[in-house]
Ligand binder design. Sequence first.
Ligand code: UDP
Length: 248
Amino acid sequence: MSRSTPPSCYILGNRVDSLTLAGAVARVKEFVRAGTPHHVVTLNAEIAYRAYGEPQLQAVINRAHLVTADGAGILWAARRLGHPLPERVTGIDLLQALAAAGAGEGWRFYLYGAAPGVAAQAAAHLQREHPGLVVAGTSHGYLGPDAMPLLLAEIRAAQPHILLVGLGAPKQEYWIASYLEELQVPVAMGVGGSFDVLAGVARRAPAWVQRLNLEWLYRVVKEPKRVKRIMALPKFMIAVWQEARRQG
Ligand code: UDP
């Protein structure tokens, strides 16, 4: 760990680092400069609750080099547990901020995940928004296990500074944990459905919905199959309440 390791708090056993978006970008710049492999997790309440009951996932999160607060639920929990965090740092916001920083620094980005064609569309969108951004390669996220050695070889040959993995959580977190050392990529980060949003396949909630912290509700209305996943939220809140009570 470097001298500038940020303070962190624990929510249901999961480490979350206390950083603003700008602070997270600064941390990633350090990772790129160091050149050794680093794992970045943007943690939301649903995955935090899942990891609470899945020690293997919790170990992956707690071994990551940077864990940001992706969502209002995590901010609420941190406040409730007496360790308020400065702000939400979502996967897509961090991705956009890294694209902006990386375009200036000459970083190479590799995008892996989403349906065929989507990662390439997302990459083209990022290049339009951030002139000069270097895309080292893209690959869709529905490759079978047989295709994995080829994908790993392709990513290694592309030598990206930043590998964005959009397989959805926690699949992407497990994938990164399995292959990070082998890939020797300075920064690998799970970005969930961000490629769909960047490619225009899925739409993000309007800014006023985001401001009201209701992005989760917007996503449920758009994709009713998310209802089951959203049911983790009340369970997360109850577990946090219990944890806060235990702490006194
Ligand atoms: N996905 C993928 N491979 C898989 C399963 C999912 O590439 O085997 C992609 C899917 O196409 C979508 C993303 O992973 O782009 C998951 O998005 P979701 O919004 O469900 O993830 P979250 O942001 O909630 O983690």
